[in-house]
Write a protein that binds this ligand. Sequence first.
Ligand SMILES: Nc1nc(=O)c2c([nH]1)NC[C@@H]1CN(c3ccc(C(=O)N[C@@H](CCC(=O)O)C(=O)O)cc3)C=[N+]21
Length: 286
Amino acid sequence: MTADVIDGKALAHKLRGEMTREVSQLKDQAIFPHLTVIIVGDDPASKSYVNGKKKASAETGISSDIIEMPSSTSEDKLLEKIYELNSDKTVHGILVQLPLPVHIHEQRIIEAINPDKDVDGFHPINIGKMMTGNDTFLPCTPYGIITMLHSYGIQLEGKHAVVIGRSNIVGKPVGQLLLNEHATVTYCHSKTSYLTSFTADADILIVAVGKPNVIRSEHIKQGAVIIDVGINRLNDGTLTGDVDFESAAEKASYITPVPKGVGPMTITMLLSNTIKAAKGLSYLGG
Ligand SMILES: Nc1nc(=O)c2c([nH]1)NC[C@@H]1CN(c3ccc(C(=O)N[C@@H](CCC(=O)O)C(=O)O)cc3)C=[N+]21
């Protein structure tokens, strides 16, 4: 068997086309969706992601601005900026690019963002709503993964979904969303013993480790769906995932590539959340 390749880029393109039409309708009602991205420091990878977000926003008719702050910025200074954006009625979405410099307490920053503008879906109020299955801003990468699976008609109900990785931005929330879709979910991580005993039973395998080639053909079940969330930049500049694509594709039924898999979907769901914010989702009003 050779897997069907899930084309995240093409799906992202299609969804962005639909969003472009929605944004233009909002503009007719004098609503101008606007996203503000804050980037602290000058990590080249972060800068490149932020530029991707700006470009995708512009293509969809969403205006955006990037606030660049030096890596020496104090936590108080960053909080002040967030409070200012929280009360700015022209700003619908606020995204603080992660990771932040070590002297800034990440959780304190996330909690300072108005949950109604939290287009990353990282605020504890929004995480709580996601966990209880209520309408909210879903974290972009997990939301993109679920959207991909739905769009390819992949059944989740009753399936064994195995998530490798337990970060707050990918592993934990993607497992929760799969559970909400009635999958049976197993979380694996760096301390898991006998990893292959779990991966070999996975109908759906989500790999979010951050190391190339951690999953290969021998880890997976015939016909499994493989979602590769890894983004690893090799010394020669090429981008690669966490999965050995060639060998895994021989056994899988579906597989996502890197690049052009999960990455473009992440940005697309950020745009979707920004549109939702502009339409005025209220965490009190529901
Ligand atoms: N507050 C916050 N929110 C985030 O959503 C967030 C973040 N911080 N920090 C970093 C990660 C990473 N991330 C990516 C988004 C798109 C691609 C993407 O589009 N990748 C392209 C390739 C891009 C390239 O070639 O560099 C692809 O996979 O095809 C990658 C990575 C969002 N993140």
